[in-house]
Design a protein around this ligand. Structure first.
Ligand SMILES: Cc1cc2nc3c(=O)[nH]c(=O)nc-3n(C[C@H](O)[C@H](O)[C@H](O)COP(=O)(O)OP(=O)(O)OC[C@H]3O[C@@H](n4cnc5c(N)ncnc54)[C@H](O)[C@@H]3O)c2cc1C
Length: 514
């Protein structure tokens, strides 16, 4: 049952076998797994409950309704725009549905650096297979490739760059092009239409507009949570909610989980200290003719030629360390990303229908952090050091791809208005100045690592099972738990980790409250 906190009057008391904070990729997956096996589940979500009919396919309405801080959140120096959703279904409401398993080399890193022995393909594959079945994840069919995707593929083939169709989480998609603002046709397999209904059907209660503020701990054991029911229009609290449960799972996303823990005194030098976002830079290409980068899905084709870092013999950075995603840029966001103002900006927007675009997923080596400043949650993130070199390498290779695909000119959307028309200009025109903080819009949307799992309590918040080192019965099962960047879109990794944690919980505890 969905209980919309914005409409509910009066305080709420509830009890369950498990209470899950957050309804996104991690929370939804874990909750449905347990609900399917007889657990009495309560989920609390600070965002609102929206259905297909609420998704108007208008950017400004969607951003205001369910983007964090109404779509205006950024790092504390405004150099990185933070894109995330707060709604039943979490970020999967507006995610693109690209669904990759974590690469084996990343699992190996988590085993060796974080002592997560269980992170092997053999252990995770059955969970990923189950999720892929449940969400209808499949390799994107050709009919969903719009022209931008086809041109990028053509450019890659001409240059010999490795790329391929993405595994995508959607069933019978009609390719309307508005996936990033909530699927109005219930074809994208967000948690909103997959796991949440399963929890609801098995008797679980999902409270929307319910912000968790306190983790209740008695004798070193988590026993529940409490918080406020919010008025959706104003975000102001109007009632209290308290849920008691012997198992508390934090799945508020890497920002939300860290914020909640910091507000509850888990300020122990680990929580929030490593915050990964996979910085996204953008490149636009003017093909001199109308191309379709509006319909289809934003990313049907991914370039993964550059995922691994290349180094010189002496160990210096020589390229790579990112993947590229074709990106559909809707008009409002495109206008915000493109440089210049007034007539010059209008001239660029006049060419909107001629533009293709690519976006980076930088596998950063220098994470940021989440902190509280006078009671306000803030994010420090600067793309720096080797990560700036990765960004430049991305801008250059994306430019080469578009030129090889026949673009007339390629725009680096920096404050200098950098334009490249010939491959011979790439190295000289695109330099570090384009990626200095504030030189162009950089965004982050893959939030990870703020309450990581690990064997060593001085470097991790929770042990390998997902249970907090310091508090029994308190678990983390979302992007916060994943120790570092995944080097690919992370949602399927997060879901796999959450399902693995749920399976362990079920095996050890049975129905905890029974
Ligand atoms: C525009 C966009 C497109 C994306 N596309 C892709 C993609 O194609 N493929 C991919 O793999 N990844 C994609 N991602 C990233 C992906 O969606 C996230 O990595 C993933 O959903 C994170 O899962 P999570 O469980 O950590 O948190 P979320 O899915 O963010 O869920 C956390 C939920 O917890 C709630 N919450 C937080 N704090 C509290 C609290 N105190 N009380 C109650 N509730 C709370 C939040 O409101 C939120 O709804 C995209 C992200 C964005 C922004």
């Amino acid at each position: 049952m969905i209980i919309q906190g914005t409409n509910h009057r009066g305080d709420v008391e509830d009890r369950a076998d498990v209470v899950v904070v957050g309804t996104g990729a991690g929370g939804g997956t874990l909750a449905a797994y347990l609900a399917d096996r007889g657990w009495d589940v309560v989920m609390l979500e600070k965002g609102g409950f929206f259905r297909a009919e609420d998704f108007s396919q208008r950017e400004e309405e969607a951003m205001a309704a369910f983007n964090g801080r109404r779509g205006l959140d950024a790092s504390d120096d405004n150099s990185v725009f933070l894109a995330y959703a707060e709604a039943v279904g979490g970020c999967t409401v507006h995610y693109w549905g690209d669904s990759f398993r974590a690469p084996p080399d990343r699992l190996e890193r988590w085993r060796t650096e974080y002592g997560l022995e269980w992170m092997t393909p053999a252990e995770l594959d059955p969970h990923w297979e189950a999720i892929e079945r449940e969400l209808g994840i499949h390799i994107c069919e050709e009919r969903l490739f719009n022209e931008n995707n086809r041109l990028v593929r053509q450019g890659c083939e001409a240059l010999g760059f490795r790329g391929g169709a993405v595994p995508t989480a959607r069933v019978d998609c009609i390719g309307c092009g508005w996936t990033a603002f909530g699927c109005a046709y219930n074809r994208k397999s967000s948690q909103l239409i997959t796991t949440i209904p399963r929890v609801s059907k098995s008797g679980g209660r999902i409270y929307s507009d319910a912000r968790v503020e306190r983790i209740l701990i008695e004798n070193g054991r988590a026993v529940g949570v409490e918080g406020s029911l919010l008025d959706r229009d104003t975000d102001q609290p109007h009632s209290r909610i308290r849920v008691r449960a012997p198992i508390v799972v934090l799945a508020g996303g890497a920002i939300g989980t860290a914020e909640l823990l910091l507000r509850n005194g888990f300020d122990d030098g680990v929580v929030g200290q490593r915050f990964y976002v996979n910085p996204h830079y953008f490149v636009f290409a003017d093909f001199g003719r109308e191309i379709d980068n509006v319909t289809g899905i934003p990313c049907a084709y991914e370039v993964d030629e550059f995922r691994e870092v290349r180094r010189t013999r002496s160990g210096e950075y020589a390229g790579g360390g990112y993947t590229m995603l074709c990106s559909h840029q809707p008009p409002g966001l495109t206008a915000a990303l493109l440089p210049e103002v007034g007539a010059a900006h209008a001239e660029r927007m006049r060419r909107y229908r001629r533009l293709g675009s690519l976006m980076s997923v930088i596998d950063e080596e220098n994470p940021g952090r989440i902190y509280l400043d006078g009671g306000v949650r803030k994010v420090r993130f600067r793309v720096r050091g080797v990560d700036q070199h990765k960004a430049v390498d991305f801008l250059r290779n994306a430019t080469r791809i578009f030129l090889a695909a026949g673009a007339r000119e390629v725009w680096i959307p920096d404050v200098y208005g950098t334009v490249v028309r010939d491959p011979s200009e790439v190295e000289t025109r695109i330099t570090l100045r384009s990626v200095q903080p504030g030189a162009q819009v950089c965004a982050g949307s893959h939030f990870l690592g703020t309450a990581p799992l690990g064997a060593d309590p001085s470097r991790s918040f929770a042990g390998p099972t997902g249970e907090a080192h310091r508090v029994k019965g308190l678990y983390v099962a979302d992007g916060a738990a994943v120790p570092t960047s995944v080097s690919k879109d992370p949602s399927l990794t997060i879901m796999g980790v959450a399902r693995w944690i749920a399976a362990g919980l079920h095996e050890r505890e049975g129905r905890a409250g029974a």
